[in-house]
Design a protein around this ligand. Structure first.
Ligand SMILES: Nc1nc2c(ncn2[C@@H]2O[C@H](COP(=O)(O)O[C@H]3[C@@H](O)[C@H](n4cnc5c(=O)[nH]c(N)nc54)O[C@@H]3COP(=O)(O)O)[C@@H](O)[C@H]2O)c(=O)[nH]1
Length: 953
């Protein structure tokens, strides 16, 4: 038998005994299994562990104690070659049926053809228990860490993750914590954040102490959030081998902190900006805290107030009011609106007290926050406002104007007494009523429409309102509606102010009528005519129409006016206006431009020629006589026409052209119409030039007086002469007086010229009479315009005196029409001249509308029979009879007669035969210069030398 004990003993049995004893001391169970699969040896530890006696165990084999081993498997192991070792973790079943975890370490032996297996089974119960406990602990920790809301991790020196919890895995977006191991945070987080983390790790490891930081991280929703991080160095055997850290999300906290910070800053800001006094007191009124930026409003310094009570500081009245505030604040949490008086360093001030109760802590006595607002000024203003309000109310209620206020539903909120009275309402009777209800009808509807406009546009409006008051009187009011804007900038009401302008309106209408209408005829006047003319031209330009302008002037109206009086003249003008109006269409304008001049505007004419028909109608309107004051009057008119745009497109020009055309019609014999032609303008220009030249003619010495002798028909002796003006124009040559005297009359130059003529004539008369036996008269023509100017008599007196001319050497020739003056101006002037000794002759007698009665009334010395009578008296029986009649009248009135324009011997004979003493005409002499007159003054202009045929002029 092979020595299996390895001992140096000769006796194998002894060896086994020794070995057995030795193995009995062994703590682990030892089993030696024989080739048949049964134990041939077990030690004490095996019997203890399994609870079997040794004998019982030696009848058993491994399958009996190890449920995982079959006999076959056991035999297979036994058949293994010598030295085959095995290690197996299994369980052994004890006699009591318990299973004991064991680790079996064995070896096979082959000796003497026999197989053996030696197995040492170590009871692993304790080890297992410890391991399980450890595992369990580990599990606890794991669970704890995983459930931990913080991020927890371990990192090595290179900041590689050794371990981390689930929370960490979640933000790192890995499915298990195992995936984190060995990886760096660069793999899970943005680079900038990972860099910060690693830098922190290094700092912690270098410092060797724990570290707290606040860092950003990115959560699973990709949101950057704040975390607070604690990091500590990880030690192993006294060496720093990494870091351990945990962190938690503090975003919400940080947000809350920030909000809190903001809230605190806001609160501080509010307190800083708070203009009022802010107090914290207890229920006894003890000042616990005071905030203010206006310490001068405190009853005393802040420091001295703190700790004292209201009672110690304020007046008893104010304390009493404060006490009421405390009670209210206690009852309802807040008290508002009480006013207390406090004596401050800046005087007695009024404060509005607002108080709220503040719970400081459970069970503790409440504190109170009091806000004291200085309302001294406001109360003063309120008082001022109240008194102003009273003043305004007095004004409004006593205002002569209507003042009312309406709400946005147009209901009346207030109406002053004027309106109430006008509407016949009581103050309560108007409130709530709409304009329609108050004013009624069209006025009410118009007002409501305007109200709506005011509210919509938020703009004031002003308009005239016609309505009837409670007494049914027509009222015109100038209404002003103003939107009143409330605190929220929206329209809150409508203010109505209305002034009764009925009288003003009537006055305005009258003024308008006066300004634009002729008071006599009621027709538009020149102003309105011009306005309508301008409007007509605008319309015509827009519609590309032609339009006509007519000027109608009555022929010889002045004579009618003068002979029949102004009242008749006025009546005639009125009647003329009616006829003119009836001659044109309703939309044509007929206006009185002044005196006897009318204007007609004819819009929308198809052709200028159509105006011919209109002008014809106008002329035809005068065909029928006018019956005025029982007298039949015949009058015609002259019409001038200008056409837009043919003649001009300018209103002033058109009127001027129509006027020129009218004058052209007059010049052509009157009772006719003329269209404007460029020719007329040329003539008008010439006339203007003539007027301008005439102004300088006197000073340039271009004017001269010629004298035409008047002779005694019997002897041919020269007894007088007529001064006739001559103008030697430097360019035009001799301009006849017929052309320039009317210009001088129109321009007023006649007065200047007349004075010159008179002076010259007087000088001639003085020289002419110097050696004369009988007085020789120089006759001077006096135009209407000269007599109409006041001061003529004085002027004549002055010139007579100045030239030493005797009045009896001077005669004035006037035309018949002058005698028609009814004002007495002319007759007075003539009488004054006559009284002076100057004689008066009627020129061109027989051509005018002579009213013979005037001959007796006026101071007339001489009648000059117009040359037209003389010219045909010898051939026309009727004319001859007229001459005889004039001579007869003159004899009756003791007046001299001068025959004008005697050109033939036959005429002179006829006149002489009929008893005419004096004559003037080319038969005797043309008008000659003064020197010539003086030279021939003593000669008798012999009748025998006179030609029997008319002399060419
Ligand atoms: N207010 C003033 N009027 C004046 C003055 N000087 C002239 N006149 C008026 O101008 C009118 C034209 O005058 P005149 O061209 O000088 O013609 C006069 C005579 O030359 C002309 N005449 C005289 N005899 C004859 C004649 O036989 N045949 C004929 N064909 N003509 C003749 O008659 C004019 C004088 O007329 P009257 O004045 O009616 O006596 C003329 O009306 C003047 O009044 C002035 O200084 N102031």
């Amino acid at each position: 038998m092979q020595n299996i004990t390895g001992m140096r003993v000769d006796d194998a049995s002894l060896a086994w005994v020794l070995l057995g004893k030795g193995l009995d001391l062994y703590q682990d169970s030892v089993f030696i299994t024989g080739g048949d699969g049964r134990f041939i040896y077990v030690n004490d530890a095996a019997t203890r562990a399994l609870g079997y006696g040794r004998e019982a165990l030696l009848t058993m084999g491994p399958p009996d104690i190890d449920p995982s081993v079959s006999l076959q498997r056991c035999l297979e192991i036994l058949q293994s070659p010598q030295g085959h070792t095995f290690l197996v973790d299994t369980v052994h079943r004890t006699q009591g049926g318990d299973l004991i975890p064991v680790q079996v370490h064995g070896v096979t032996l082959q000796m003497d053809g026999q197989s053996f297996a030696v197995a040492i089974a170590r009871d692993m119960s304790e080890s297992k228990r410890m391991q399980e406990t450890l595992l369990q602990r580990q599990q606890y920790w794991r669970t704890l860490l995983d459930e931990f809301p913080f991020f927890v991790w371990l990192k090595d020196e290179q900041s590689r993750l050794l371990a981390a919890n689930t929370a960490y895995a979640r933000v790192a977006r890995v499915s298990s914590t195992a995936e984190l191991e060995g990886r760096t945070e660069f793999e899970f987080f943005p680079h900038d954040l990972a860099e910060t983390y690693v830098a922190d790790d290094k700092a912690v490891m270098a410092a060797g102490v724990a570290h707290y930081v606040e860092e950003l991280y990115v959560d699973e929703h990709d949101q950057r959030r704040w975390m607070e991080v604690w990091k500590s160095p990880l030690h192993e055997q006294g060496k720093v081998v990494g870091t351990v850290g945990y962190s938690r999300d503090i975003t919400d906290r940080k947000h809350t902190e920030s909000e809190l910070q903001k809230a605190l800053a806001f609160t501080q800001g509010v307190i800083d900006a708070f203009p009022d006094l802010l107090f914290e007191t207890d229920r006894d009124g003890r000042y616990l805290n005071i905030w203010t930026h206006n310490p001068e409003l405190l009853a005393a310094s802040r420091e001295s107030l703190l700790g004292r009570t209201l009672k110690e500081v304020l007046s008893p009245e104010s304390v009493e009011i404060a006490e009421i505030a405390y009670v209210e604040a206690e009852r309802s949490g807040v008290s508002l609106g009480h006013v207390i008086s406090v004596m401050t360093p800046v005087g007695l001030r009024q404060f509005e007290l607002s108080m709220s109760q503040m719970r400081v802590a459970d069970g503790a006595r409440p504190h109170f926050i009091a806000v004291s607002r200085d309302v001294t000024r406001r109360l003063e203003l309120q008082q001022e406002l109240t008194s102003r309000e009273r003043e305004y109310r007095t004004l409004v209620e006593n205002s002569p104007d209507v003042i009312a206020r309406f709400d946005l539903q147009f209901g009346c909120r207030y109406a002053n007494p004027v309106l109430l009275q006008a509407l016949g309402r009581s103050s309560t009777g108007a409130v709530g009523c709409s304009p329609l209800a108050l004013w009624g009808g069209e006025a009410g509807a118009a007002l409501e429409q305007r109200f709506a406009e005011v509210v919509d546009r938020r703009e004031s409006v002003e308009f005239e309102l016609h309505w009837s008051d409670a007494l049914e009187r027509s009222v015109c009011s100038l209404v002003s509606l103003t939107p009143e804007v409330g605190g929220d900038a929206s329209v809150s009401s409508i203010l109505m102010v209305a002034r009764d302008i009925s009288e003003l309106k009537a006055y305005q209408d009258k003024i308008h009528q006066m300004a634009f209408y002729d008071p006599l005829t009621g027709m538009p006047n020149r102003v309105l005519f011009n306005d309508r003319l301008a409007q007509m031209l605008k319309d015509a330009a827009y519609h590309r129409h032609q339009a006509g302008v007519m000027v109608v002037d009555l022929d010889r109206f002045k004579q009618i006016n003068d002979t029949m009086g102004h009242a008749t003249g006025d009546a005639l003008l009125k009647e003329v206006a009616v006829r003119l109006r009836n001659s044109v269409r309703s939309y044509d304008t007929v206006a009185r431009l002044g005196g006897d001049e009318f204007g007609i505007l004819l819009p929308q004419i198809r052709a200028g020629a159509h105006l011919t028909r209109v002008a014809g109608k106008v002329l035809a309107a005068f065909k029928q006589s006018f019956w005025l004051e029982g007298r039949e009057i015949f009058i015609s008119c002259s019409v001038g026409i200008a056409v837009y745009p043919t003649d001009s497109m300018v209103s002033e020009e058109l009127l001027k052209y129509a006027d020129s055309a009218m004058y052209s019609a007059k010049r052509s014999g009157r009772n006719d119409f003329r269209f404007y032609s460029k020719d007329l303008t040329v003539r008008a220009q010439e006339r203007l030039t003539l007027e301008s030249d005439l102004r300088h003619a006197l000073e340039r010495g271009e004017l001269a007086l010629h004298y035409q002798p008047k002779v005694l028909l019997g002897s041919g002796a020269m007894v007088g002469c007529e001064a006739l003006l001559r103008w030697a124009h430097p360019r035009l040559g001799m301009v006849p007086p017929d052309q320039f005297i009317p210009v001088a009359e129109d321009s007023g130059l006649i007065n200047e010229l007349g004075a010159w003529v008179l002076r010259e004539s007087c000088l001639t008369a003085v020289v002419w009479n110097a050696a004369a036996a009988l007085p020789r008269k120089v006759a001077v023509n006096l135009s209407v315009r000269q007599i109409q100017v006041p001061g003529l008599v004085a002027q004549v007196q002055g010139i007579l005196a100045e030239t030493h001319c005797q009045p009896q050497w001077l005669e004035f020739e006037i035309t018949e029409s002058l005698l028609l003056d009814e004002d007495g101006l002319v007759v007075n002037a003539l009488q004054a001249l006559r009284d002076m000794g100057v004689t008066i002759a009627i020129d061109d007698f027989g051509t005018g509308y002579s009213a013979l009665s005037y001959l007796a009334r006026f101071p007339i010395d001489t009648l000059k029979i117009d040359r037209s009578f003389i010219h045909s008296a010898t051939t026309d029986h009727f004319r001859a009879e007229l001459v005889r009649a004039i001579l007869s009248i003159a004899r009756c009135l003791n007046q001299q007669v001068v025959a004008e324009g005697v050109e033939t011997r036959v005429q002179a004979d006829f006149l002489a035969a009929e008893g005419c003493q004096l004559a003037q005409g080319y038969l005797f002499s043309k008008a000659v210069p003064r020197e010539q007159l003086l030279a021939m003054s003593d000669a008798c202009l012999a009748l025998g030398d006179m030609p029997s045929e008319p002399i060419a002029t």
